[in-house]
Design a protein around this ligand. Structure first.
Ligand SMILES: [Ca+2]
Ligand SMILES: [Ca+2]
Length: 70
């Protein structure tokens, strides 16, 4: 997905740091969130990639899978 998708209202799931792109930084942001290291601009709604209501290592792994397919 592109920044245009994001701005048109589509949620860019996985964009945990809210910069409009899915990168390894988003997986890192989720991992930091899990161990309770504060992350600036962390987007809890976007970090829950599988939308199960919890932010955990599965979501970080899903971001990494998205990256590996890109
Ligand atoms: Ca991002
Ligand atoms: Ca989740």
């Amino acid at each position: 997905m592109s920044i245009e998708d994001y701005e048109s209202g589509g949620k860019l799931l996985g964009d945990a740091n809210g910069d409009g792109f899915i990168t390894i930084l988003d997986a890192t942001a989720i991992q930091k969130y899990i161990v309770k290291i504060p992350e600036e601009n962390f987007r809890e709604d976007l970090a829950d990639v599988n939308e199960d209501g919890e932010i955990n290592i599965i979501d970080a792994t899903l971001v990494q899978i998205m990256l590996s397919k890109a």
